[in-house]
Design a protein around this ligand. Sequence first.
Ligand code: NDP
Length: 292
Amino acid sequence: MPLISGTQVAEKVLAECHRDIAALKARGVTPGLAVVLVGDDPASRAYVRSKDKKCRDLGLHSVKLELPATTSQAELLEVVAKLNADPAIHGILVQSPPPKQIDEAAIVRAIDPAKDVDGFHPVNVAKLALEDPTGFVPCTPLGCQRLLIEAGIETKGAHAVVIGRSMIVGKPMAMLLMAKGPGGDATVTVAHSRTRDLAAITRQADIIIAAIGRPYFVKAEHVKEGAVVIDVGINRVEAPDTEKGYKLVGDVAFDEVAPKCRAITPVPGGVGPMTIAMLMANTVKACKQSLQ
Ligand code: NDP
């Protein structure tokens, strides 16, 4: 069972970004990404820190704005408006989840769609549905699609079952897989918590994308022999024998599923590194498009 290494494919994506950034800099433009964090959620803080570091490693202009947990909707809208107007910033990301006084959907709508490198703005959601290549696609499903392409997995005509229908992963994943062209042209089924007899459906899949948020949810009984499995899940489970006392696992019961697979992504080292690499790629794309 070959492992699909997200770490390796992410390196390739980042090398492409590096090359593009050098070419842009030669033209006098440095792509800029602003990441806004409201509050002090430790997981969000860690994500923001790693995005900032990756930007700096690549030579991107990185702006990290850390706002207090008491920030109001109006204050956050003002920050977004300033970033929208800043010509040095090509990509804007407001780290999720914000504190409860913030209306996240309204913040997403306030971001200039041309700078919405997360791909959550309604304009970009519509562009994905319309297969308009100028749109921004959410980084995680975009990374999953790239993994399939790089691993040489034929999606054309394949039956892909996406488990999960969130706006961040499941829905855009399904749209990417059903779109025309490389990494698409699949026959797509989307399953969710109301799906009846999930295992009977997933056993028909040539490709399973698991984006559920439940550790070890996808078992051997869900998977047919020779299927390809992409595990999007990142779940923290107790592991008393480790230094931290916990470990990160996917939505797939890897040990029992992997032997049946033609290919599978590990957790960690699968989809995770792709998400941040695609964020960098989206920022470079936003910068290039701003010059057209
Ligand atoms: P959400 O909680 O938004 O969505 C989970 C989806 O799974 C929902 O559509 C839900 O159905 C479905 N679901 C829940 N229980 C079942 C069930 N018993 N049977 C079938 N479907 C079920 O999660 P996200 O999409 O945001 O994230 C999914 C996972 O991916 C999480 O583990 C998250 O941590 C991880 N993730 C990883 C990223 C990465 O970089 N690798 C980035 C983003 C997310 P319903 O709609 O009916 O509730």
